[in-house]
Design a protein. Sequence first.
Length: 338
Amino acid sequence: MSAATPQEALEQAALAGIHCLPMPTPFAVGRVNCYLIEDEPLTLIDTGPNSGKALDELQSQLDERGHSIDDLELLIVTHQHIDHLGLAEIVVQRSGAKVAALGAATERLANFDEDAEAEDRFAVELMLRNGIPEEVTVALRSVSRSFRGWGSHVEVTDPLEDGQVLSFGDRELQAIHRPGHSPSDTVFWDEQRKILIAADHLIGHISSNPLISRPLDGSSERPQALVTYIESMRKTREMPAEIVLSGHGEPIVDHVALIDDRIAKHERRKEKIYKLIAEQPRSGFEIAQSIWGNVAVTQAFLTLSEVIGHADLLVNEGRVREVESGDVVRYEAVRVQN
Ligand SMILES: [Zn+2]
């Protein structure tokens, strides 16, 4: 029976032993949804950020269900973002739980500090190359450093292959790699109950940012995060899911309509960006400024990721090309000869 409302979806998930535990975060996104699966093994999906407040709430929300952190037997990490995994080390220390996450992300997760540094260097280089002033990159880097304390390194004991099935006493969950929002995004599919635990791959009330991040395989090529994300969404669209449990906000009860809407929005934004480029060649930063004004400065990396993602689509379509001018890359329209 399919759920008509997000509230019904939460109730049906709870009847299936999957309980949403919303954890506080210090970030603009608000609470992050962790999920407790009351099964054998007792499983927590994601932990919330590394803060005393989140730890207290995790403990009290587990208490309400008659469990404690010590009882957890398996921790599943959906992706590499700190709001989802910050308490992993503490949870594992207290419980001795095994940790399952995408195998390709194992090294990343184990070397959190080095990885965060490398990620910041990558972001700064990308921003400079796309015309963002150096002082803006310096400011953003210090913001990013100040956030790092909410993260944690994670020792993965059970690395997952794409498509691998995890067996529980009362269910099976298939781990499926759905990169785009981050390179390590993994969703968990209960085919029998038609429930998809999607974390940040799909969020009902906000569009998941296709943030540009270093490839998991260590290659130096800049990934096309939005291109990858749209491919991932198209695959998820074909799944007969009735309930999609998200990493933030309410469950999604009509993922096909949501995905169609998101893809249409990206299509419209792509055309808007094409118009700006067709007027005159522009850097990624100049495009972001004409769309978002000062937000292109305060949220420089986020808005640049958006612009580059859509420009990638245009480049792949052969309508736009990248031109080097000095140290900065500009996008220019490809004129078709008639
Ligand atoms: Zn995320």
